[in-house]
Design a protein around this ligand. Sequence first.
Ligand SMILES: [Zn+2]
Length: 420
Amino acid sequence: MSNKKNKRKEKRDALLLFTGLLAVCVLVLAVVVVPQLGGSTVPVSAPPESVLPGATGSEEPEVSSEPEPVVPDPVSIHILGAGDNLIHSTLYKQANARAGGGDDYDFGPVYERIAPLVEAADIAVVNQETILAGDELEVSDYPNFCSPTQVGDELIKIGFDVFCQGNNHVLDKGQKGMDAALRYWDKQKEKGVVTVGLYKDDEDVQDIRIVEREGIKTAHIGVTTMTNGIPMPEGTSNRLIMADDEELIRQLIEKAGNMADVVVVSVHWGNENTNTPTEDQKNLAKKMSDWGADIIFGNHAHTLQPVEYLEREDGSRSVVIYAMGNLASAQADPMNMIHGFLDVTVTKDFATNETEITGVKLIPSVTHYDSGYKNNRLYLLSDYTEELALNHGVHDNYRYFSLEYLQKLVTDTIDAQFLD
Ligand SMILES: [Zn+2]
């Protein structure tokens, strides 16, 4: 091969190489660079936006490997209120006879038919109308009651958690009665039981009782309007929260509201033997609701009184029952035989930390005894029969007592929205 020829060939090869490189450059520019210069000028032949993740605007979700924060689902609990547990002598004499006498008492048969309802509640609250001081003092009947502590043992056994001793009978046995009762209740703390309404001293008043279930904290306070005219013993350190001390009640409810999701106030007020609350009851309920009370369990009337929601300015609401009647008693009048448990459902939204009342039901029960106040025992009204009603001991004095009388008393007193 001549040098010339070789040189020409070299020139031609170089030209071909250059042309080829140029063509590749142009192609690369056309395919790779140009489409990325401006989104809006991308030719229609460009891939549709949907196959270009990350370059398609805000409507497509970001793909992220970070875990979502875990917020528990909303939780509901049932808070059950019960009325006056009023232990007349026939009740404790029957309990004593059942246990074989001596210092023993068996109250089981009185409460066994309502026990499943109490057991099923997450928190159950009752007004212990008579002072439980029988461990140290002689048991006694009306007007100055003193009851065997075994009645407290039985109520704890069936599931009551909160006992209110702040009522008109708390001073029936004076300082000795309060001392004995406080000692009894102290011993129940290890069972998770709390008492309200009777406090050791000022410091104890400020020690708001908290009962927590399922992550929902409930706070409990006990208030009474009266002590049957009996003054607090001189020099005592013991304390009651009296209804006329509104500044203290407001301070305690506000404090409780800062500590808990639900504030429950047990309050002893109104007139006995009426199904109608007084203006004073209504006014105090409204004030306590506005201060932050969410559930107001009223008692003292020994009869059933209405349930109602109370609206607050911020649109939230509380619920009050003005009186639930006698959980147990040996009273004589037909109107004293009907009682209503108030079952309040509260629901906590853990995302907002808000808790609200999501259900309120009244569950009626009946005090039954045979002629001569014998064999005193409680039934749910739904289990009560016409035959039992006809054989109730109240027929000794009141012929009109019947199952229908009991049912009508409930529907006349309680708004239908709170009844099944
Ligand atoms: Zn009372």
